[in-house]
Design a protein around this ligand. Structure first.
Ligand code: SF4
Ligand code: SF4
Length: 90
C-alpha cells in the first residue's frame, strides 16, 4: 500500500464526490449514518495510492491523505501527510 486516507465521518455530508473521483475505488459510502444523519464516506484503503484526488475534491475538507514514501526515501515507515489544501496538482 502506497497510501491511505482517513475521513472525519462526523463532518462528512456523504456527497459522494470522493467516491466518484477515486481512481482506485478505495472509498465507499457507509451504510451507517453519522450523528447528523448523513451517510458518510468510508475508506477501504484497498489499492490507495495516496494520490490526494479525494482530498482535493472534498468540499468539506474532511479527508486526510497519508503517503508512504519509504521506497523513495529509503527509510522504512516514513510518511508524508497532506490534507486537501496541501495537495498540489499537476
Ligand atoms: S488518495 Fe487517491 S487512491 Fe487514495 S482514496 Fe483518495 S483518491 Fe483514492
Ligand atoms: S467528498 Fe468529503 S463530504 Fe463528500 S462524501 Fe467524500 S468525505 Fe464526505
Amino acid at each position: 500500500m502506497a497510501g491511505k486516507i482517513t475521513i472525519d465521518i462526523e463532518k462528512c455530508k456523504g456527497c459522494g464526490l470522493c467516491v466518484a473521483v477515486c481512481p482506485k475505488g478505495s472509498i465507499v459510502i457507509s451504510s451507517e449514518s453519522n450523528a447528523k444523519g448523513y451517510f458518510p464516506a468510508r475508506p477501504t484503503n484497498v489499492d490507495c495510492t495516496g494520490c490526494g484526488e479525494c482530498a482535493v475534491v472534498c468540499p468539506d475538507a474532511v479527508i486526510t491523505v497519508y503517503r508512504d514514501d519509504s521506497r523513495k526515501a529509503g527509510s522504512a515507515g516514513q510518511r508524508r501527510e497532506a490534507n486537501g489544501a496541501g495537495v498540489s496538482r499537476g
